[in-house]
Design a protein around this ligand. Structure first.
Ligand SMILES: [Zn+2]
Length: 453
């Protein structure tokens, strides 16, 4: 069979698997009976086991199973050397809710249009990547791949909400044998065509954490018929909020920011503010995103005052969404907020939720090296841009439980970043099918580079 014929069939295969997955409604929301990720886990287990891949469904709730699949380390008969390194392909099988009335094509019909666009809920988050990783597993197994260490495929439930705790966090606690050294998950691979014509693709090396803080202005209650009575906390709060400014941290050359700037500018620019301004001007999607990685961001979102119109409240509060870098503590955030608010108005701080620590993996190492090598081998004009997600992914749990060097990457060459961003958690989610094959080929290449065979 010729090379092009083989790729053609792999193309058809990954499109079929992606469409099948999209048609399984695994909407995740906090309502009984939702999730149903077992549909995807069973489908994938049936598909992969037909090619000899070890498959197991691991479920805390019967309808919300995780798939654990593996091509085990080939025994070499050698007794020397250290433990072989292992790799995990990672994805989640749940999707966020959608309203079909907002869609051009029904979200669970997996319509493939004449221009090669596959439409549906999960087309980019992330049944596309789940399909590519599954087909890569199948192709490796069919071709007799004998990895030097375990190759895992973890297709897990409940990433988008997490409240039920039936997905990755629970799975890693339950199954202490799943401790991959390296992993590849969602969160990167988007392609930016910069204003000077150069191209970069994002490689996600970490996720910011969260530590929301509530600021409560403290005054004295009074009857609203005489506004000068007491000390209404609402106007006090209205004076405090602007002191948070634009919510961006002070400029600081963190390792992440330094790596991003050198990848974007291609040179060392000693003036940090100038470097950030220049780099963020290279693409609309970069605007603000480098600045936000310099420290803790503060975005006031939820307001609470009086619950009765004729009562001026003694307390009024704002909940501030705060995203933190690895290593940031509650004391750090408190010091930052108090410095901004000053000490001339009475207020209290409280912490409505426990800290979710940020985590990150090294910019270098086997997975980043393999990503760069794949781009070079493809004669792709893009270079790698290390990035950090401002949201959350299951990579956090892998780093915490297993010390995994966990990354987000799946290459997109035919789906513009504008299309990715527009569909993400939104209506009319779609992916170009050429990227399904590209991602499949990337994952085969990644396993071969890291696990030999
Ligand atoms: Zn996702």
């Amino acid at each position: 069979m010729s090379e092009s014929t083989r790729h053609e069939s792999l193309h058809d295969e990954v499109v079929r698997v992606a469409r099948d997955l999209i048609r399984l409604d695994t909407t995740n929301a906090r309502e009984p009976g939702l999730g149903n990720e077992t549909l995807c886990a069973e489908y994938l287990a049936g598909y992969l086991s037909s090619y000899g891949v070890e498959c197991e469904l691991v479920a805390r709730e019967a309808h919300r199973a995780n798939l654990v699949a593996r091509i085990p380390e080939a025994s070499t008969g050698s007794t020397g050397g250290g433990a072989a390194e292992s790799l995990a392909f990672v994805g989640h099988t749940d999707v966020v809710p959608c309203d079909p009335r907002d869609w051009t094509h029904p979200p669970f019909e997996a319509v493939l249009d004449d221009d090669g666009w596959l439409w549906g809920r999960g087309a980019v988050d992330m049944k596309d990547e789940v399909a590519a990783r599954a087909v890569a597993m199948a192709e490796l197994a069919r071709s007799g791949f004998r990895p030097s260490g375990d190759l895992w495929f973890l297709a897990v439930a409940d990433e988008e909400d997490g409240f039920a705790d039936v997905g990755m966090r629970w799975l890693l606690e339950e199954r202490t044998d799943i401790r991959p050294d390296h992993s590849i998950n969602e969160g990167g691979g988007e392609r930016l065509v910069l204003s000077d014509g150069r191209q970069v693709v994002g490689l996600s090396v970490g996720e910011k954490g969260t530590l929301p803080v509530t600021v409560t202005a403290v005054g004295e209650a009074g009857h609203a018929s005489v506004p000068t009575l007491g000390n209404n906390a609402v106007p006090l709060l209205a004076r405090l909020i602007p002191r948070l400014g634009n919510g961006m941290p002070e400029p600081a050359a963190t390792p992440m920011v330094t790596a991003m700037l050198s990848a974007l500018l291609g040179r060392d620019e000693p003036d940090l503010s100038r470097a950030v301004a220049e780099a963020e001007a290279l693409h609309p999607s970069l605007r603000g995103s480098i600045s936000a990685l310099m420290g803790s961001t503060l975005a006031p979102t939820m307001l609470a005052g009086s619950n009765k119109r004729n009562v001026m409240p003694g307390r009024a509060s704002v909940e501030v969404d705060c995203r933190i870098l690895p290593g940031t503590t509650q004391a750090d955030v408190e010091a930052q907020v108090r410095a901004l608010l000053g000490d001339d108005l009475a207020y209290e701080l409280s912490w409505p939720e426990a800290i979710v620590e940020a985590s990150s993996s090294p910019f270098g190492g086997p997975v980043p090296d393999a990503v760069a090598a794949f781009l070079a081998a493809e004669e792709d004009p893009a270079t790698v841009l290390p990035t950090m997600c401002t949201g959350f992914t299951d990579s956090n749990y892998l780093r915490a439980a297993a010390g995994t060097a966990a990354y987000g990457f799946s290459p997109f060459r035919s789906t513009p970043v504008e299309v990715l961003d527009a569909g993400y958690h939104n209506a009319n989610e779609r992916v170009h099918v050429d990227d399904l094959l590209l991602s499949t080929r990337f994952h085969i290449d990644l396993a071969q580079r890291i696990l030999g065979g």
